[in-house]
Design a protein around this ligand. Sequence first.
Ligand code: PLP
Length: 454
Amino acid sequence: MNAPLTNMQTRDVEALLHPYTNAAQHRQVGAHIIAEGKGIHVYDERGREFIEGMSGLWCAGLGFGDEELADAAAAQLRKLPYYHLFAGRSHEPAIELAEMIKDLAPGMARVIFQSSGSEANDSQVKLAWFYNNARGRPEKKKIISRRKGYHGVTVAAASMTGLPYNHLDWDLPIDRFLHAGTPHHWREAEAGESEADFSARLAHELEEMIEREGPETVAAFIAEPIMGAGGVIVPPEGYFEAIRPVLDKHDVLMIADEVITGFARTGEWFGSDRFNVRPTSMSMAKQLTGGYAPLSAVAINQDMAEVIEAHTGEIGTLGHGFTYGGHPVGCATGVAALRIYKERRILDHVRSVEGVFQAKLRSYLDHPLVGEARGVGLIGALELAPDASGQTAFEPGGKVGAKLSAELAERGVILRNVGDSLAFCPPMIITEAEIEALFAPLEDALNVTESWAK
Ligand code: PLP
């Protein structure tokens, strides 16, 4: 029996359709309504305290209730609450933030702003098409992403996303979008295949796909340095080093989707730095503002910038842009977030607690429910499986993960299961003592879930 819904829960059910939610079930159990946040904690409408082990949706890297970020947003709201970047108009927060992004992202020459990660990736597709039209290659339009990759939910972004729920009954993916293999060594490698050999095989399979399609038809390859919503999948050794020459050989753009991995999360400014991705363009969002305002950015390299600039001269304009792309409040919040990352030495902090956090994760490998523990920096996952072989999975997938996540919430910790992987992405301000507290209820929650699963 579920508890009767509170007044607020009833209003929620009658007024909202929730993303990534089973609406029929939601009507029975009601929403978990979060009212406030401070540091790594959030508080629900009943006043219960939770450690937010996912930074919301992988975005609140500076935690909740940061006065400096709130002040920066409020000051901008008072000074210039809205302006745009269309038709040659500009404003200082956008200029300053674009400069700061260029400083952090070597090789990137220009920045174009949107409001969400999906819009950033949608813009990536359009810019790749525009770029190839400008270069007189109108056939070169196909986009290759990877199974289990997550790039968002607009028609183009969801077409790149490689997860079944984003395609099932949405009539997706649309034409011109292809999916290559998942770089998950534990699950996908052949018996005895080393990480380096597995990487070489994936690069070879990618090349076969490009050749089968015809290199003159393939515009870009998009990848998250670490797959986030696909289950926090860390690439095997040598993966991007093996992929990149294939792309170069066939004149295929390398888009790094840094929406989760950007801004210190992996112990480097970008996941591309950590995994030697060497992108031609990058998508950023989430920690770009610490999640305090909706903002995303696409950064492109000098070659793309020059070709696109020249082409707008020929045809008359860049026919693309969003009303809220580069919103001054978002940009001012982004400037403050990037300044805080530097002034509070967040990158050094992530590096200093990485060892403790990653060792903690791996300490659960002994538990019978845990098949794999993986991660870098302050992001990671425990994959639940009947055994540690990488060959077995719970059927139907996702139920055991959801049970564990619910048990943890009962014990004051919010962690999200993506299928049967339990993802961790705590605010990057987390201390060693708070890491202890984050993991404290896990053993008990795992044991209860194990008994339930039998
Ligand atoms: N790309 C990645 C890697 C993401 O993780 C996400 C969201 O989780 C997106 C893109 C889409 O971002 P948004 O939800 O802001 O549209």
